[in-house]
Ligand binder design. Structure first.
Ligand code: UDP
Ligand code: MG
Length: 325
């Protein structure tokens, strides 16, 4: 088999502190793989600057003029991790035979990239990087993640536990993945749906090299909720079920009250009345909110807005192509 052309896609948002180390370390990995003739010598790193407000883009541009392995794409504004990754994957798809996505902070072990490529040579189209342990994450993050995987699994959504967006995709698998045009991207949920020969490689996740997590709790929760409502209608069914049970209960309670009245023992007081009003009101609002969530999703999908805009592209031969109009 001819050595594949590999593209390592790295989304970066305000990563000036780690960029130099990341570029250096990943370049070393590429060189090693080229030496072993596991990848084509035209393989490269693709840094996607997701509208950073620090010097990230100028560092990428500077590095690419010194280091032929470095290419870059500058997005017109910050569109979030998943969309930035999409921009990188779509760009890489044009030239690469396989792609690996990895975060800029090097929390993922770059040495297993070699194993990824070996698996690719064995014939796998999708290789997931899976964290062995999550000691470097907070207890809270670990617990919530565990609960989340359990819950998603219960709803029948296939996720690879302890796998983030560190994975290899062959051109064939990537091509299929890119056909999923939904606007609420959740790659972790989509990749298992793509199929092809899939396998896992285990590694230890490290501390963030420097800088802060770009996923504060609020973003993490909304990401988790998006993942849930993009892949399952079970929550909405659950609300319907609760509504139905409440309806049954009111029929039973109503009949009871009627019988009591007919037999001369009318139920007194308005406590039960108020409680049921609050209960049903609450359930209804909750249900409407949940339906609204799905309707909002439909609204977003129907608009089908572009998910990113590429402002500049530094391709393999260091030349600056301006896509500005
Ligand atoms: N990232 C991005 N756009 C954003 C937020 C994050 O491209 O709006 C990138 C970030 O630079 C990093 C990756 O996504 O390469 C994962 O982010 P981070 O490491 O902060 O997340 P965590 O590992 O804490 O979940
Ligand atoms: Mg990180």
């Amino acid at each position: 088999m001819k050595a594949p052309m590999l593209s390592i896609v790295v989304p970066c948002y305000n990563e000036e502190e780690v960029f130099a180390t990341t570029a250096h370390e990943l370049s070393a990995v590429l060189q090693k793989l080229m030496k072993r003739q596991l990848i084509d010598s035209a393989s490269s790193l693709l840094f996607v600057d997701d509208g950073s407000r620090d010097r990230t883009w100028s560092l990428i541009a500077q590095e690419s003029s010194n280091n032929p392995l470095v290419t870059g794409v500058k997005l017109a504004r910050n569109v979030g991790h998943q969309n930035a990754l999409l921009a990188g994957l779509e760009t890489a798809y044009k030239t690469a035979d396989c792609v690996i996505s990895i975060d800029a902070d090097l929390q993922d072990d770059t040495t297993v990239i070699e194993t990824f490529v070996e698996r690719y040579h064995e014939g796998y189209d999708v290789v997931y990087g899976v964290r062995n342990r999550r000691d470097t994450d907070t207890v809270f993050k670990r617990r919530t993640a565990l609960g989340y995987y359990w819950f998603m699994n219960k709803l029948g959504i296939k996720l690879v536990p302890n796998h983030a967006d560190f994975r290899l995709l062959s051109k064939a698998a990537l091509g299929e993945l890119l056909k999923y045009k939904e606007s609420n991207l959740f790659f972790r949920g989509l990749v298992p749906l793509v199929g092809y020969a899939q396998t896992e490689v285990y590694y230890d996740r490290k501390e963030r090299l420097a800088g802060e997590s770009k996923y504060p709790l609020k973003k993490m929760l909304s990401f988790a909720f998006d993942g849930l409502t993009s892949f399952s209608v079970t929550p909405i069914r659950f609300v319907t079920l609760i509504g139905f049970l409440a309806f049954l209960f009111s029929i039973v309670a109503g009949s009871y009250a009627l019988i009591q009245k007919l037999t001369g023992h009318p139920a007194s007081g308005w406590t039960s009345l108020i409680i049921s009003i609050w209960l049903l009101g609450g359930l209804q609002l909750m249900g409407i909110g949940l339906i609204g969530e799905y309707v909002g999703k439909i609204f977003k999908e129907v608009k089908a807005r572009p998910k990113y805009a590429i402002e500049q592209h530094i391709a393999s031969e260091p030349k600056l192509q301006d896509h500005k109009r």
